[in-house]
Design a protein around this ligand. Structure first.
Ligand SMILES: [Zn+2]
Ligand SMILES: [Zn+2]
Length: 315
């Protein structure tokens, strides 16, 4: 008899935690870099020492992301039947079930290289071909890292982030990665000791830096946010939350709908839509004309609206 059988949810919980740990490896490097006041400069040769020193964190993150994808594939397969994950022959397996009680973990499970094949044989939902190929590439990269300590594999923080985002998009239950991160950050040890501020502060700083780091196309694909449009400080995240206005100015909001006289902004981090006033900023250096209704601040430069001089016409 087979005992201690894991459920699909068990596999999924571990898979999502691994994805978060992999993302942490990249996000922490990006946030630290951001604290040093560097942005959008991942490929600049003068910063190569920083990223060279980060190779071990990023390589480890890649192996963890790959493990995460395995768990998430297993979660889908287990939903169809957990016995599909057992790597022993069917007859032998049946004999061993009946002979005595054996824990699931005592059996050999299927190889990672067979998961896509098994998924396609037993799961109803189809799996994107491009993703299947990316999974195979990732598995080989992981093997190369594990089996040759001096691997020449070089991975950027943005590459690792996109790997995690793609795995979550294809295999995660919650497609919105910001929501996944919010829940995860609120459950981390440091957040449990400091529940009021840590997770929300980190979330805004992290995605402000991610918005700067990833390309417009990547941000659009994974966060439905258009960074080619004029982006603004989010009143809720920056002025209304724990983040506070600082020189890093996370620009995570945009006018929605995208019209010249639009009176609301939407933020991809807090997912809030908020009213704005369309009057000129008080600062003469600022061309902004989108001010927070509630906080009385310019969402381009952060200047207080109470300092306003003569309103300029709408641009
Ligand atoms: Zn926000
Ligand atoms: Zn301004």
């Amino acid at each position: 008899m087979l005992t201690e059988i894991p459920t699909s949810d068990d596999f999924e919980v571990v898979g999502m935690q691994l994805l978060n740990v992999a993302w942490d490896a990249a996000a922490t490097l990006v946030c630290d870099f951001d604290m040093l006041d560097y942005r959008e400069v991942e490929k600049d040769p003068k910063n190569s020492a920083y990223w060279k020193a980060a190779k071990i964190q990023l390589s480890t993150g890649l192996t963890i992301a790959q493990q995460g994808s395995e768990f998430l594939l297993k979660a889908r397969i287990a939903k169809a039947g957990v016995h599909f994950l057992l790597g022993v022959g069917k007859n032998k397996c049946t004999q061993e079930y009946t002979r005595k009680s054996r824990a699931f973990s005592e059996f050999r499970t299927v190889d990672a290289q067979d998961l896509i094949k098994i998924y396609r044989a037993v799961c109803d939902e189809s799996l994107d071909n491009e993703f299947a190929q990316a999974y195979e590439r990732l598995r080989r990269q992981r093997n190369s890292l594990i089996h040759s300590a001096g691997s020449r594999l070089s991975i950027l923080a943005s590459d690792l982030m996109c790997i995690v985002l793609s795995i979550n998009q294809h295999l995660g239950r919650e497609e919105n990665w910001v929501k996944v991160r919010r829940d995860y950050l609120h459950s981390t040890p440091v957040a449990l000791m400091n529940p009021e501020t840590y997770a929300d502060y980190r979330l805004v700083g992290e995605f402000g830096a991610v918005r700067d780091l990833l390309t417009s196309a990547q941000i659009k694909t994974y966060f439905a946010f258009d960074k080619r449009r004029r982006n603004y400080l989010c009143p809720c995240c920056v002025f209304g939350g724990v983040y506070g206005y600082d020189e890093r100015e996370p620009r995570t909001a945009m006018l929605e709908p995208n019209k010249h006289d639009s009176e609301t902004v939407w933020c991809f981090v807090c997912d809030e839509t908020q009213n704005v006033e369309r009057i000129a900023c008080a600062s003469l250096e600022c061309k902004g004309n989108v001010l927070s209704y509630e906080w009385g601040r310019c969402l381009t430069c952060g200047t207080e609206a109470s300092c306003a001089s003569v309103p300029r016409p709408r641009s």
